[in-house]
Design a protein around this ligand. Sequence first.
Ligand SMILES: [Ca+2]
Ligand SMILES: [Ca+2]
Ligand SMILES: [Ca+2]
Length: 485
Amino acid sequence: MKRIIILMLALLLVPAFPVLAGSQLPIKMILSEPSQEEIDNARENDFKTIEVLTENGKRDGDFMGIEWINQSVFASTAKTTKYRTIGFEYQIGPYIGYVDGYYFHTPGSPGQEIIEKATITREALINSFMTQGSRAAVEEALDTEAYLYVRARIMIYNDRNGDGKIQADEIVSEITRKDEINTKAAIFPEKNKQDMRSRFQEIPINAGKKPDFYPTPEGSSEWNESYLECAKTYSGKPGEEITFPVNLYNIGTKASTDFRAVWAGQGNNPSAGWEGSNAPFIAEGTSEDGKETNLITLDKEESQTFEVTVTIPDQPTKLYFKANIDEKTPATEQVLNNNTMVILIQPDGIDLEITSFPSMQKGALKGQQVSVDIPLSFYRIDLKEIPVEAEVTWQVTKANNLIDSGSKTTTLNVGDFDKQVVKVTGQPYDTFIVTGEIMPITEKDIDLSNNKTITKVFITEIQPNKTPPATKEDPSPGTRVNLRD
Ligand SMILES: [Ca+2]
Ligand SMILES: [Ca+2]
Ligand SMILES: [Ca+2]
């Protein structure tokens, strides 16, 4: 049995809290010691690699299971709100099984990490699923369904005693669906929410048994989930035309499909949209009787390259490519979540960005003066290989009166950032508005929407002998978490 490596999101899991219940039989998971090579590879991919096992090592082989490298890290000892994945559900067709977190080993001390290989075999899934259907029906699903769905059960808990474990009276809520994350995990920073979302997945199986088309940008032969955001960026002079190649692959059985591109926001446009005759790109092929057609026929493992010509817009604009636009051309294509990619087309030029906290506050005793430091951060976010000289200016107003201002020049290379701290001094009930702006001195900034930032500063009154509230600079005293919890 060989492996097909599918780069997916993490199945990270830190044990262990055996509360999963249900009528299903748990799935027997095998834990083993990975080789150094497997560990290195997993680290390189931030533990986001899942391997789909097939009978012949190819995509059209029968599904034999999944395997991944699991990393468990000791939970932090902070007495704060944390989250922990306590188990996973695996579904193929109508059949559902689960794996409890307690299968995994728990690191015993701060800083300790345990890395192990987790394998769920076809037979283990069949054994679990057979409580819900006959063996023949379960095997039929394993050999024909398009996806293995993975869902996590995530516990949000307030670790009041700081032991990194969940006591019954510490549970705040439980997440079992991806769409619950935004509300139930609202107090967590975005990167934690993304980590939680990564535990809900659709893993394509049996992909090679039916047609499976996907697009790639110049220089790539594999589809990647990041293509949904941006697969490649091209730039040029506004108003001028550029031409670049895109590829269409079929890794399944022979079939025909359509392949087009539309600009962001234009999908429903009757002329330039998905169904219009004036879309920015419409793939053209040749039918068997030699006529031009908008259907592209590709045999298994075949690909075709197309030249795309567009006019450079005034602002950076996304160009969405999609194969099998109505998802019925052909209807037999099952894996559709890899049919889209984004190419960003932007005008030449540089892009500077400035950011600051939207609001900050500090407490002071009645009549007492306090100072607040407001950091303004500025960044080069374009990729043009030249240094850019820029002027940063800032102003402080109180009740619409300008009370302070300043400026400085800075030189930013690609990827650089710099900052300036603006200090305001006041007493309880004072409110200040700090405005910061960055502008390049000689170059042209291609996106002016991110060149200005505003921070509101509030001085609040506190009572004597009480600890002052933390300023917003310290992002979240109550919500700090260990990312790998
Ligand atoms: Ca606890
Ligand atoms: Ca596809
Ligand atoms: Ca800018």
